[in-house]
Design a binder for this molecule. Structure first.
Ligand code: PHE
Length: 462
């Protein structure tokens, strides 16, 4: 009835695809700006702890559920919860993931579309000219309010995403990840080497790596925890879906650790690059949430080779975003393939088309907001505007609730022997299995539960 399930061609193929999903606007946009707002050092440490104690165990859990069930999120929970308590709840967990994929993709592509515009502006000299004559400040506001332009860039990005997913697991997703993730690394390392030569490098390192715990408040801790979900693509079944294409001879623990390390490394490299440049120019950052699109271009052109640096930089951001958007679409598409029993191509066109139409709302509504907080992607505050509201819902509710349920399911419902078998298959005996199990049963649910409670109480923002 159904076609054979897609599979990554190698362990490296899976790692690159999953790292491509994890590395995105969350790393290059959101992390630098929240690290900046929360005074660096201590916040960075808390973030790393959140990745290690919560992100990593849930990452392994999602891959286990996917590889075990050979299904997309809804089917995975249905198959694995058979004969166990709370079947209805678990099916809902899968559906929530599909919904999250739908919603996040619809606004993520709008922001990602801007990178295409910026790459073109860097190449044709427009960006440099605007920075030179001081008209850049007005540009961003009017760009957001320009519905037809927003629709154009959004459509291009959505088209690229649909195009890649159309060609399937190996022919589309893996192929693109294998090309883009290494290029992304190369550009980042190049920019990081450049950053070490700037005067602000030392100050950037101190800012990032000298913790001052008196500057840390509860809001910052919760923000670091919440962000660890978004940045690792957790809580909605993206890693579960990618895990369902993983070969049995590959190691889940190794994969999970590598993906988490790469994601963290890239977030930190992005900070080193941006802060070195910002500190070198002694630039005052008025609105940290838009550093990436408003502050950085102005600084790039104060440096030698401004068009080249900015062109490469936005290319980097665009590629990172694309390898994330394809994973978001793949969750919804694989749901349609598995549940509606239709082929990949009609499934992609149907789900991608549906999300595209829905997302037009985001592309057209940016100008309706006077403040740029409405595009404060992944922001924790509930801001006006469609995009802000959807983002608030997805990153404060869908992902943490999804992550919480995934942790509970894997730790308490799935048989320990099943989890162990998946963790050890392709890896060999795992001495620290008990450590992982303690994290997924107790630490992750407690910590994520605390995030959810704090969102309910609205405690993280004064
Ligand atoms: N992890 C991606 C980022 O950091 C976003 C994402 C979230 C992708 C959830 C897939 C699923 O930008």
């Amino acid at each position: 009835m159904s076609q054979p399930r897609g599979q990554w061609s190698s362990h490296l193929g899976f790692i690159l695809a999953a790292a491509g999903s994890a590395v995105g606007l969350g790393n290059l946009w959101k992390f630098p700006y929240i690290a900046y707002e929360n005074h660096g050092g201590a916040f960075v440490l808390v973030y790393i702890a959140a990745i290690a104690l919560v992100g990593l165990p849930i990452m392994a859990a999602e891959i286990i559920l996917g590889r075990r069930s050979q299904q997309s999120p809804v089917g995975a929970f249905r198959v694995l919860s058979e004969g166990r308590a709370g079947g209805f709840l678990w099916k809902g967990t899968g559906l929530l993931g599909v919904l999250a994929g739908f919603v996040i993709l619809s606004y993520y592509c709008v922001i990602a579309g801007w990178t295409v515009k910026y790459i073109l502006m860097a190449i044709n000299g427009q960006l440099g000219a605007m920075v030179g004559d001081g008209s850049f400040n007005e540009f961003f506001g009017s760009f957001l309010a320009d519905g037809p332009a927003q629709t154009l860039w959004y459509s291009i990005f959505m088209g690229l995403t649909i195009g890649v997913v159309f060609f399937g697991v190996r022919g589309g997703i893996e192929r693109v990840a294998k090309i883009m993730v290494p290029i992304l690394f190369a550009i980042l390392i190049g920019l990081a080497i450049y950053a070490t030569t700037t005067d602000g490098f030392g100050q950037a390192m101190t800012f990032l790596f000298r913790p001052n715990f008196s500057e840390l408040d509860t809001g910052a801790i919760l923000e670091a925890l919440g962000h660890s979900f978004f940045t690792l693509s957790l809580g909605m079944g993206a890693m579960l879906t990618y895990g369902s294409y993983m070969r049995r001879q590959d190691s889940i623990p190794k994969a999970a650790i590598t993906i988490c390390l790469l994601d963290t490394l890239i977030a930190i490299l992005a900070c080193i690059i941006m802060f070195s440049i910002i500190f070198t120019e002694n630039m005052e950052v008025q609105k940290s949430s838009t550093i990436l699109f408003t502050t950085l271009p102005q600084i790039f052109f104060k440096l030698p080779g401004g068009s080249l640096i900015s062109g490469f930089f936005y290319l980097l951001v665009g590629m990172a975003a694309l390898t994330s958007t394809i994973s978001l679409l793949e969750v919804v598409t694989s749901f349609a393939i598995d549940e509606l029993k239709i082929g990949r191509r009609p499934a992609v066109l149907m789900t991608g088309g549906g999300i595209y139409v829905f997302g037009l709302l985001n592309a057209w509504s940016l100008g309706a907001n006077e403040t740029l907080t409405s595009v404060n992607i992944i922001g924790r505050e509930s801001t006006a505007g469609v995009l802000g509201t959807l983002d608030y819902l997805a990153s404060n509710w869908f992902l943490p609730v999804g992550g919480f349920l995934i942790a509970i399911f894997t730790g308490w419902v799935l048989a320990s022997r099943t989890a162990r078998q998946e963790m050890e298959e392709g890896h060999g005996p795992l001495p620290w299995y008990a450590g992982w199990r303690a994290l997924i049963r107790f630490v992750a649910p407690l910590v994520v539960g605390a995030i959810i409670v704090s969102v309910i109480l609205g405690a993280e923002y004064q």
